[in-house]
Design a binder for this molecule. Structure first.
Ligand code: TNX
Length: 551
């Protein structure tokens, strides 16, 4: 009971131990029993369909009690087996995950290791999440991740009781989803011939290696179903109207400067390319949103970005200025707000709540039910909460896991320095100084894996874990972790990640083959300090010209 991660609300160890043999039975309402089975794949549990009067007794017994609340569970372990009461299917799944952590680390392998004793301590756990939004963000646009990596991320999220997978599906460097209505999006927008490796002033170097990929609509259906079975909701993001090079490479007529030639971007940073806000753009986007939502099935949340927009091309276009005037809008900033609101209204008609980055909140005109992701810090987070929006804390510090974990030349190249596991564990998404109404608006917390410097799955593992373990602790318990106790539990938890096969970053620093080396992956400590970035972003979020790009 002492090594659970994230920590449960309440756990007490009883006397004695229980044993659960591979192939044991689990009984209860089918969806809940099935959730427990899925949470413990190595044990290959059988779901037992018990009828009244049957003499058989299952080793694990589940029942549902909605009074416990969503995602909550209580579990009693005795010599006679395990009794679980779950608030819903997700609660049963999490009880199964807790049970898995009570077993030896071998429970995190994909096949049985002979000689393992499947015993665990008797006792009782009562548990419920502190936050309802416990997210991980994957940027599959800058560097594409094959479907198998996304499914594996869902497995890793599930074992940390994380429940929102935010997929950043479109950016300047790539469009990552099939569209039947606008096929050039995936045919043209999904690949680039090369990628930048270094920049010295005006001098850029490229790798000369083509990069690309996209998910078919059937892939999205599969990912969403796989996620749903593991209590994870997929949150798609199509980032507009900025970050638009890939869309404009496919459909240049949607540009605010239509005579320009666009290419899928082969370098990082903020490009001035921006979609026009005219009806043709709204038509394409609402059609594509519907294709994505239909493929995903149930889509409670849809992210439309709204960040880092350079609005100069809007101001320079006579047609767009005339359109702005016809809508009675005074500035391009108002037009930015109007455009996002138009899309959010269309999403609402289909039953999805819109999510945006904080620039869209500063621009104004949001629907009251729009969820804000304040990436530029606590100040703008609090303003959005005070305005009555639900917010998901996503500040660069300490939730951008594309930053290095140490200011050391041994690290593989990160965006800047430094965000440690301890920084993440100490994070308070809803600071205690805030008034209660504002704290109550914090739906949760999410870590971001922007992928400019995450070219593959191994690097993803290195960046995500164990910082993701600390984020999961904060998200599930609802506040910062006591450092001593957290690191003690983390030590035991890393053995689980070893058994699962995760290329995480050891707490003592990178393994020899995880170092940056001397080539293009060399980290340059001190080049970008995360606290300077935060100071800069804070100032920007205060300025009236909120959509000005910032990094
Ligand atoms: C800011 S956060 C961005 C991303 C970058 C990231 C790098 C946000 C809404 N925009 O486009 O990838 O910084 O850390």
């Amino acid at each position: 009971m002492k090594h659970l991660l994230p920590a449960p609300k309440h756990a007490e160890t009883g006397s004695g131990s229980a044993e659960i043999a591979p192939g044991s039975a689990v009984s209860g309402p089918a969806p809940l029993a099935d959730a427990v089975r899925l949470a413990l794949p190595v044990l290959d549990l059988r779901v037992l369909d018990l009828r009244p009067g049957d003499a058989a007794v299952a080793a694990v017994r589940v029942e549902e009690d909605p009074r416990l609340g969503p995602e909550a569970y209580a579990m009693t372990i005795t010599g006679d087996g395990v009794d679980i009461t779950a608030g819903d299917r997700a609660g049963a799944f999490y009880a199964g995950q807790t049970l898995r952590q009570l077993l030896p680390a071998e429970a995190f392998r994909s096949a049985l290791v002979p000689g393992t004793s499947w015993t665990f301590p008797c006792g009782r756990v009562e548990d419920a999440p502190g936050f309802s939004w416990r997210g991980a963000h994957l940027d599959v646009a800058r560097n594409f991740l094959p479907k198998r990596e996304v499914l594996r991320m869902i497995d890793l999220m599930a074992l940390h009781k994380l429940n929102r997978l935010h997929l950043h599906l479109a950016d300047d460097q790539g469009w990552r989803v099939e569209s039947r209505a606008f096929p050039l999006l995936h045919e043209v927008g999904s690949h680039r011939p090369r990628t930048i490796t270094s920049r010295k002033g005006e001098e850029l170097a490229f790798d000369g290696v083509p990069h690309g990929g996209y998910y078919t609509l059937a892939d999205l259906t599969e990912i969403a179903a796989y996620a749903r079975a593991r209590a994870v909701t997929v949150v798609p993001e199509i980032d507009v109207p900025g970050h638009a090079c890939a869309v404009l490479a496919a459909y240049p007529a949607l540009a605010s400067r239509p005579q320009e030639r666009y290419e899928v971007l082969d370098r990082w940073g903020i490009s001035p390319a921006i979609l026009s806000p005219l009806p043709a753009t709204v038509d394409l986007l609402t059609t594509v949103f519907a294709e994505i939502a239909d493929a995903l099935g149930d889509v409670p949340y849809f992210h439309i970005g709204g960040d880092e927009c350079v609005l100069d091309d809007w101001a320079a276009s006579a047609e767009i200025s005339a359109y702005q005037a016809s809508l009675g809008l005074e500035s391009t900033g108002d037009l930015h707000a109007w455009f996002l609101r138009r899309l959010a209204d269309a999403l609402a008609e289909r039953g999805s709540r819109t999510v945006v980055w904080d620039e869209a909140f500063v621009s104004g005109r949001l629907r009251p039910d729009t969820i804000v992701m304040p990436w530029r810090g606590e100040h703008v987070a609090r303003r959005a909460a005070a305005a009555g929006h639900d917010v998901v804390a996503t500040p660069v510090f300490p939730m951008y896991f594309d930053y290095a974990e140490a200011a050391s030349p041994e690290e593989p190249a990160g965006l800047g320095d430094a965000i440690t596991v301890a920084d993440v564990a100490a994070f308070a998404p809803a600071p205690s100084e805030w008034p209660e109404e504002e704290r109550a608006r914090v739906a949760g917390v999410q870590f971001q894996l922007w992928s400019e410097r995450i070219p593959d799955g191994r690097t993803l593992d290195y960046r995500a874990w164990p910082r993701g373990c600390a984020a999961a602790e904060v998200a599930w318990t609802g506040g910062p972790a006591g450092p001593k106790d957290f690191f003690r539990r983390l030590d035991a938890h890393l053995a689980r990640l070893d058994a699962f096969g995760v290329d995480y970053r050891p707490l003592s620093g990178p393994r020899p083959w995880q170092r940056g080396g001397t080539g293009w992956r060399r980290h340059r400590p001190g080049a970008v300090a995360v606290h300077d970035v935060m100071r800069h972003l804070h100032e920007l979020s205060l300025s009236a010209d909120s959509t000005r790009p910032s990094l």
